[in-house]
Ligand binder design. Structure first.
Ligand SMILES: [Zn+2]
Length: 305
């Protein structure tokens, strides 16, 4: 059974739009990257940096997914290379001096052991950010990793330290010196072709999901076999069979009802009992439908034609 809703379609269309930025948008991302890294035109060949995508996109008011896709096209056109995610471990640094920290420990006994452990495990954390492994701390203190992270965050809120949780940031390298806008050339044809291919695939998915034709027949028609028979096994065929069978049962019960009532008037119980086809539910349902349609009548006790 294929699950498919209107929102699936909207989602896929949105994805499509974000996957294929316009040439102008790609050039814009390139220009913003140059500004972000404060590169002069003609400089920056070989420069590598971690791109804080959230920060970058907020600053220039662009969509992150679209930006990542723009980076792919810039890479393909030899302006830069990028690794989609580079693992950056968690880091922290104390934001207050030795003495203030000592005072904090005395005033906040609950944090004393935690801070002592940080100090013992990670040297140099008053001057620089140091890498931290939450799991190591958790083991040492017999806490869960979540508890360690919560403590670090609380200490950050109290301005005792700053804590940078681990992230995956794309790393960008300019493979060419920064070009000005006029000299950035994006292969428009390639972009259009990729877009076309994606679009066709997307439409095929929609057609498949929306058509009420036998799946197998549709597939064979696609493979140039237009006259294949219905397979009888796919979801569409099974649904059709179910519907046909239901209407067949309805027709047969209808015939029996009319045959019975043309001989005598009957109560609903007797009528149901006299019918041979279908379940009791099918029979009652058919009688109700015939009554609604005015094909049979009832005086409240007995049914008649
Ligand atoms: Zn079928």
């Amino acid at each position: 059974m294929l699950l498919y809703t209107k929102s699936d379609r909207l989602q896929l269309e949105k994805k499509f739009e974000l996957s294929f930025p316009l040439v102008e948008e790609i050039k814009k991302v390139y220009h913003f990257l140059g500004n972000y890294t404060q590169l002069a035109y003609g400089a920056g060949e070989g420069l590598s940096f971690d791109l804080d995508l959230g920060d970058f996109c907020t600053k220039f008011k662009i969509d992150p997914v679209k930006t990542l896709n723009a980076l792919k096209f810039l890479e393909r056109n030899d302006y830069l290379s990028f690794t989609e995610s580079v693992f950056l471990p968690s880091r922290f640094r104390f934001e207050i001096g030795n003495e203030d920290l000592y005072r904090f420990q005395i005033e906040n006994e609950g944090f004393d052991y935690f801070i002592k452990t940080l100090l013992r495990t990670y040297g140099g954390s008053f001057e620089n950010y140091v890498r931290i492994r939450e799991l190591d701390i958790a083991r040492r203190l017999n806490l869960s990793v979540q508890q360690v992270i919560a403590q670090l965050k609380t200490l950050q809120e109290q301005n005792v330290l700053s804590y940078l949780p681990q992230t995956d940031m794309p790393q960008v390298t300019f493979t060419r010196a920064r070009q000005d806008n006029l000299h950035v050339i994006i292969d428009r044809k390639f972009l259009e072709e990729r877009k076309q291919v994606f679009h066709e695939k997307m439409e095929a998915v929609f057609t498949y999901a929306e058509t009420k034709q036998c799946r197998s027949r549709m597939l064979l028609a696609y493979l140039d076999e237009p006259d294949a028979p219905n397979c009888g096994r796919c979801d569409v065929c099974l649904e059709n069979k179910r519907r046909e069978k239901a209407s067949e049962v309805f027709d047969r019960i209808t015939q029996e009802v009319i045959d019975q009532l043309s001989v005598q008037n009957l109560t609903v119980e007797d009528l149901v009992r006299s019918i041979k086809t279908g379940t009791e539910k099918d029979r009652l349902e058919t009688i109700r439908r015939l009554l609604d349609a005015g094909k049979i009548k009832s005086d409240g006790e007995k049914y008649y034609l």
